[in-house]
Unconditional design. Structure first.
Length: 352
């Protein structure tokens, strides 16, 4: 398969063949399982590992290949195995905070064109969580689309109410409601998936990601691409992050469900997601207004008048506080890591 069909953007990477001189070829990472990778290249699929140099030079998870990355690799064993020497600059990078107390980034995927944020219309539906996903997506500069699954569980007017509720606060967000069970809305989803473009499917576990992917895939495709993992029934299950080629030529990155979604330093993402607040902020009396207590605050006025909702405003403040807190913790961690690195270096020197 041509690299272009795998999503390679030769407008973004003007000289893809410059790498041939050192015997390296360009490939795309389609699956990551700890230190093991699977890549696609022009003639097929290969298992891959990274060079020791890349591994020891890595100072953070950001320095490791992730699903969707374009890499330069040396192919051996009839192209069945690849050694990854470097990562090409990323057009976009979707990342979140690792779960738990640790303040470190976890990569979700690279070179993604659009994000499909899936929420199910049953108990999982949660506007605040949707806003959280939007912040992460916007921060990466990726276009979001909201998919509401399991519409078969609700009456049509109940579905419309939910859509209207989202639309009233997130006015620019595209929304499609669907049911993988009765098939409604699936054609609308397929229409959004353009060939050679890369999408990622985001959502908590149980919202119907795997079921949707099964509906978007055709049986033939299942057999030809062996990257997917199947359980006994031949259904798609997610145990690792992987990129899937859909029948129409679009690619989809499936991620294991996320139970908590923390963000580190996502100020731009927040500004883009809460654009009603961002728009009002320009009319606040003070340019450094925090929109919490100030005189002449346009945001507080709008809150009073009811043009923006309490929930929207509260979540804005909450996500901002969290983003800043994690940003400072991350800086502190980096500083300590650096100090520790210096200490080790001087210890080695003294030993010599
Ligand atoms: N009623 C209904 N159930 C669904 C739909 N899509 C998925 N499910 C069910 O929801 C559960 C979780 O689905 P799954 O695809 O494994 O979710 P994932 O964890 O996001 O991959 C399963 O029992 C599915 O059968 C749907 O459109 N309607
Ligand atoms: Mg799943
Ligand atoms: Zn203000």
């Amino acid at each position: 398969m041509e690299l272009k069909a795998l999503g390679f953007d030769d407008g973004f990477y003007p000289q893809p063949d410059a790498s041939n001189r050192n015997g390296l070829r360009i490939a795309r990472v389609v699956a990551v399982d700890r230190e093991k990778y699977v890549v696609w290249h022009e003639t097929g699929e290969a298992s891959a590992e990274i060079t020791g140099k890349l591994m020891f030079g890595a100072v953070s998870p950001l320095d490791y290949p992730t699903v969707g990355d374009w890499v330069q690799a040396q192919f051996v064993d009839d192209d069945s195995f690849a050694i990854i020497h470097g990562i090409l600059p990323r057009k976009s990078l979707l990342k979140r905070k690792t779960s738990g107390k640790k303040v470190e980034f976890q990569l979700i995927g690279a070179n993604i064109d659009a994000a499909l944020i899936l929420q199910s219309l049953d108990a999982n539906y949660n506007l605040k969580r949707l806003e959280r996903y939007l912040v992460m997506t916007h921060q990466a500069g990726i276009h979001p689309l909201c998919l509401l699954s399991k519409s078969d569980l609700l009456l049509p007017n109940e579905v419309n109410e939910k859509v209207a509720e989202i639309q009233s606060t997130l006015r620019h967000l595209g929304i499609i409601h669907l049911s993988s069970l009765d098939g409604s809305g699936l054609t609308d989803v397929k229409k959004k998936l353009e060939p050679k473009k890369t999408y990622c499917l985001l959502g908590s576990s149980g919202v119907g990601k795997s079921t949707l992917i099964n509906r978007l895939m055709s049986k033939e495709q299942l057999a030809t691409r062996g990257v997917r993992e199947k359980d006994g029934k031949g259904r798609h299950t997610t145990t690792r992050r992987q990129l899937i080629m859909l029948p129409g030529g679009a690619m989809l990155i499936d991620t294991p469900g996320m139970r908590e979604l923390g963000n580190i330093d996502v100020e731009e993402g927040i500004a883009d997601t809460f654009d009603d607040i961002t728009g009002l902020a320009g009319s606040c009396r003070y340019s450094d207004c925090t929109h919490t207590h100030e005189e002449g605050c346009a945001v507080l006025e709008a809150l009073e008048e009811g043009t923006i909702s309490q929930g929207y405003y509260q979540n804005y403040l909450k996500l901002q506080k969290e983003s800043e807190f994690h940003r400072l913790s991350y800086l502190e961690k980096k500083r300590k890591d650096k100090q520790f690195g210096k200490m080790v270096k001087s210890a080695i020197k003294t030993k010599r």
